[in-house]
Design a protein around this ligand. Structure first.
Ligand SMILES: Cc1ncc(COP(=O)(O)O)c(C=O)c1O
Ligand SMILES: N[C@@H](CCOP(=O)(O)O)C(=O)O
Length: 462
């Protein structure tokens, strides 16, 4: 299995090199040269399996000879052993034929743990046998950062720097990033929004001198390993509702497009997914785009679902690559235009995208109302991101096809917003009960590439 760049000009790499490289050197994102498929019988065999067994079956075809079967099984077992639910990703029923996939039972209470816990294991194994060291830099609107810090804190061969937008993450998210005491963890509050953080991260990858000096690695969904690990729960949930005999639809609260893109990969692998619905908050660039209005950037509007406050949706580049017939030059041209503010999508590519994805948006009022309604009708307390998904799913779902909405974070990560909408202040789990008593450690850094490079090199003693 080899991986190629969406911009067509970087060398093809193995799974291991793709994982450790992050952004391709032509500025693109790596994708598999070919998508492996599973037969209906292989998918049906997942019924009744543990999450870990399904994870092995789904991901094995993508990793080539990076790990032996035995090693890979062990990494998967280590990754999910600490989750707070035996099913790892349990389904609960919200309404007839509408289900919620709870992805928040990992250590940092968000879906990011599914990929990050595994990536942590895979990095450790791959770096350990090479006796290599890397500097991970990540951009976060709140959840990727805490999950990355949790996965890499205290490891000998990794330093981790996380850029988050100052004042634009919840207090719980911020404290998850700023309170770990390990010296290899560095939380950086950036004067800007998430798009600024992600843009500076990509600038660092495109600055080859800096990249090579610090041995830069990435664990955002830039990293194919992140997307891959998220494919698994589409299979586990769909099979438990009757796939492959039965079609299933999914609605995914979306920002950087990594999670929904994982759903697309599941579909390409043979999972009978009927609709893949992109749900956005008021930062609705993807909804507008999928309705045929082109991809044109506006200002990021802070919302009660801050992890989705994104305008430049990184993985949409992967979707465009396939929609444009895997033409790297066409994608590179679109990304250049994005640098000037936006681009229009050709009719042919738009048709491909609309055949795969549909979309909807939720206003702040609708999100609040959905939190209150779900509590009343099903007893389920939703985080604001999951509520965006539920609201859009309610509009999109059809009676005949089960709809699964992804619940991407635990309500306790956003207690103020959840309390305002529902009257209930969700408590943190006991293991995190002292989060607000722990000392914070954070550096405020300007939204400036040179300032960031200087800070990171200084912290590394370079
Ligand atoms: C809680 C939550 N929901 C939804 C999303 C959006 O996911 P994606 O960026 O993969 O589209 C994020 C951020 O990634 C998130 O943290
Ligand atoms: N919502 C994310 C933004 C980064 O997304 P990623 O999937 O590319 O890591 C966050 O919570 O940080």
């Amino acid at each position: 299995m080899r991986y190629i760049s969406t911009r067509g000009k970087a060398p093809a790499l193995s799974f291991e090199d793709t994982m450790l490289t992050g952004l391709a050197r032509d500025g693109g994102l790596y994708v598999p040269e070919e998508i492996p498929t599973l037969t209906p019988a292989q998918i049906a065999a997942m019924a009744g399996q543990s999450y870990e067994e399904t994870a092995f079956s789904v991901m094995r075809p993508f990793i080539g000879d990076t790990f032996t079967d035995e090693e890979f099984r062990e990494l998967i077992a280590n990754a999910y052993g600490g989750f707070g639910h035996a099913a790892r990703a349990p389904l609960v029923q919200l309404a007839p034929n509408h289900f919620l996939l709870e992805l928040f039972h990992g250590p940092t209470l968000a879906f990011k743990d599914f990929a990050m816990q595994l990536i942590g294991q895979m990095f450790q194994k791959a770096l350990g046998r090479k006796d290599a060291r890397v500097t991970i830099v990540g951009a976060t609107s709140g959840d990727t950062g805490s999950a990355a810090i949790e996965a890499f804190r205290g490891l000998d061969n990794v330093d981790v720097f996380i850029l988050y937008p100052h004042g634009r993450v919840s207090d719980v998210q911020r404290r998850q990033m700023t309170t770990p005491a390990e010296s290899n963890v560095h939380a950086l509050a950036i004067d800007g929004d998430f798009d600024d953080c992600q843009a500076r991260l990509k600038d660092m990858f495109n600055d080859f001198e800096f990249r090579d000096t610090v041995k830069l690695a990435g664990v955002n969904s830039i990293n194919w390993g992140r997307v891959l690990a998220q494919v698994v729960y589409y299979f586990s949930s769909a099979v438990s509702l009757g796939a492959p005999e039965r079609e299933i639809s999914f609605t995914v609260p979306t920002g950087n497009f990594g999670d929904i893109f994982a759903g697309y990969i599941a579909k390409r692998m043979g999972l009978p997914i009927k609709d893949l619905v992109v749900a956005t908050n008021q930062n609705d660039i993807l909804d507008r785009c999928l309705k045929g209005q082109g991809y044109h950037k506006g200002m990021v509007e802070p919302s009660i679902s801050p992890s989705m406050d994104i305008q430049v949706s990184s993985n949409f580049e992967r979707a465009l690559f396939d929609a444009y017939g895997r033409d790297g030059n066409a994608v590179a041209q679109l990304m250049d235009e994005l640098g000037q503010g936006g681009f229009d999508i050709s009719q042919g590519a738009m048709q491909v995208l609309q055949d795969i994805y549909s979309s909807g948006r939720a206003t702040e009022e609708e999100t609040n109302a959905t939190i209150a309604q779900a509590l009343k009708t099903s007893g389920e307390l939703l985080c604001p991101h999951s509520a965006v998904g539920v609201k859009v799913a309610q509009e999109k779902r059809e009676e005949a096809t089960p709809m699964i909405t992804l619940a991407t974070a635990h309500p306790a990560k956003f207690p103020d917003a959840v309390e305002a909408a529902s009257g209930i202040r969700p408590p943190l789990p006991p293991r995190m009960a002292d989060l607000f008593d722990r000392e914070e450690r954070v550096t405020r850094v300007a939204n400036d590439l040179d300032a960031l490079k200087t800070h990171i090199k200084g912290a590394l003693g370079l």
